[in-house]
Ligand binder design. Structure first.
Ligand code: KG4
Ligand code: ZN
Length: 385
């Protein structure tokens, strides 16, 4: 008799930060639905994510988001094969909403639960879309740069018979790159979240106008110093210095009054357009924004390519919210092939937090029957291995 392998549909749930998301993915390679509800307007007045408000919004939104994902996909809780949920890292209260909800459904309809590391989800966002385009072969060694609001991490990824493992070979010693984007945007009265706004405005500024020195981008370089022989070098990032340098520039150039005027004007506009931002940002601000973005991008690209060279990586995956940045993409796309490296990004909607990436990362675990116990806990500081 012929052995018919049926399709596996996994319902993914993501609630680690300020997006409530549910998605259905077939065989880890086709997004059937991916509903993402951003809490942008809730946190906007505070210029950043307020954890208590995030949990409250997840509670309010999780049922409608889940229903929408099922409906769009033409599925029910009964017709899916497993539920995958982000276990960490992330905000404790926010993670708990998704995890508790996932457990309750698994219990009610008797489906297996799969716990997923959020960072592994970001990596699988790229793999999912590669497979969706029919590309199933991946050339190893694979290096992944996860660059988001909470992380700037480099991993060497290995896969053996569906079992994925990750070795961290670099991370930020202070602020994440996305955090630097958000803090600088807030500092300049541009609002939240900063990354997408700076990305759009940087095109109108001169990226050579303000010089940010190496010292503002990296403090200690630990590479090879005192490492036992045979141990891999580390590639660390640091983005708190550049934020302070922007602040100092603002002070030296008396930009505070203009910033206050802009902040007040932007708060009055429900959803500011690019024209609104442009009208409210003077040329020195545009130049500062462009120079800041250029410095961050150059640093991310040069350190990542150095890590790729040192590990002889054949493939580079760049993922996480900051991977949506146009200048970062263009620079990697230009520079990586020069050193014989294939570089892949997720599409923009799959770069930032979403549940499709969680369902995709869960698929190999489903095949290995790596199911979570019903008493699995949320882990705000979960490490990826
Ligand atoms: O992956 P993500 O959605 O959430 C976390 O896991 O942190 O990433 C959010 C981060 C924010 O810091 C946001 O400002 C940044 O990604 N971001 C961007 C862009 N779009 C989002 N940064 C630079 N350029 C962008 N286009
Ligand atoms: Zn994320």
């Amino acid at each position: 008799m012929m052995n018919v392998v049926s399709d596996i549909f996994i319902l993914g749930i993501e609630s680690s930060c300020d997006e409530t998301s549910a998605a259905i993915v077939r065989n880890g390679e086709e997004v059937i639905s991916n509903v993402v509800l951003s809490q942008f307007s809730t946190h906007k007045p505070y210029g950043g994510v307020v954890p208590e408000l995030a949990s409250r919004e997840h509670l309010r939104n999780i049922v409608p988001v889940m229903r929408a994902a099922l409906e769009e996909a033409g599925h029910t809780y009964e017709s899916i094969d497993a539920i995958a949920v982000t276990r960490g890292p992330g905000l404790a209260g926010a993670l708990l909403v998704g995890l508790s909800f996932a457990k309750a459904i698994c219990f009610a309809v008797n489906k297996p639960l799969i716990a997923v590391n959020h960072l592994e989800g970001h990596i699988h966002a790229v793999l999912l879309e590669q497979r969706q385009q029919g590309k199933h072969e991946l050339e190893f060694p694979v290096l992944a740069l996860v660059v988001s609001g909470g992380h700037t991490h480099l991993y060497l990824a290995e896969s053996k018979e569906n079992s994925w493992t990750y070795e961290n070979i670099g991370h930020t010693r202070d602020d994440a790159a996305g955090e630097a984007f958000d803090k600088v945007a807030k500092l300049l009265g541009l609002g939240y979240p900063g990354g997408p706004i700076i990305d759009r405005l940087a095109k109108f500024g001169d990226s050579k106008a303000v010089k940010f020195g190496q010292a503002q981008l990296k403090h200690r370089d630990r590479r090879d110093h005192g490492k036992p022989e045979g141990e891999r070098p580390h590639f660390d990032f640091s983005y708190s210095g550049i934020k302070t340098a922007v602040l100092r520039y603002v002070e030296l150039n008396n930009m505070h009054a203009a910033i206050e005027t802009r902040r007040k004007a932007l708060i009055q506009i429900e959803q500011p357009s690019l024209d609104d931002y442009k009208q409210l940002a003077d040329q020195p601000t545009l130049d500062l924004v462009a120079s800041f973005q250029r410095a961050i991008v150059d640093d991310l690209v040069s350190k990542t390519l150095a890590a790729a060279e040192s590990t002889q990586a054949a493939t580079l995956l760049v993922t996480g919210g900051v991977a949506a940045n146009s200048e970062l993409r263009e620079t990697f796309e230009r520079e990586a092939p020069k050193v014989g490296l294939n570089v892949y990004f997720p599409s923009r909607p799959l770069s930032t937090d979403n549940a499709a990436m969680i369902a995709a990362a869960a698929y190999p675990k489903f095949l290995l029957k790596e199911f979570a116990a019903m008493d699995v806990s949320a882990e705000p500081g979960l490490v990826l291995r």
